[in-house]
Design a protein around this ligand. Structure first.
Ligand SMILES: [Zn+2]
Length: 89
């Protein structure tokens, strides 16, 4: 009787400890990083591609507006003739 009581005491101590280890080692899938990387959906004014502000390769301020680009090439095209792309947006 005495031994059995002692054993269950030990189990009560081990169970939460095992659970803690399990939670601690549990692989958390990229945590909240994925959420932070999600920006606002915008349209690349040059190629009209839908993109995420957080994932844009380039951005530029033009007449008080911020424009986002999928690639440096689109930014360069925009800078050559911003008016052409702003008017279509
Ligand atoms: Zn583009």
């Amino acid at each position: 009787m005495h031994f059995q009581g002692h054993l269950s005491d030990l189990l009560w101590l081990l169970a939460p400890a095992a659970l803690l280890v399990l939670i601690w080692r549990w692989p958390i899938p990229s945590r909240t990083r994925a959420q932070q990387e999600v920006g606002v959906k915008v349209t690349d004014p040059v190629c009209r591609m839908q993109l995420d502000t957080a994932k844009a390769a380039a951005q530029v301020r033009h007449e008080g507006e911020t424009y986002y680009f999928c690639a440096e090439g689109c930014l360069k095209q925009f800078e050559q003739n911003p008016a052409q792309y702003v008017k279509r947006a």
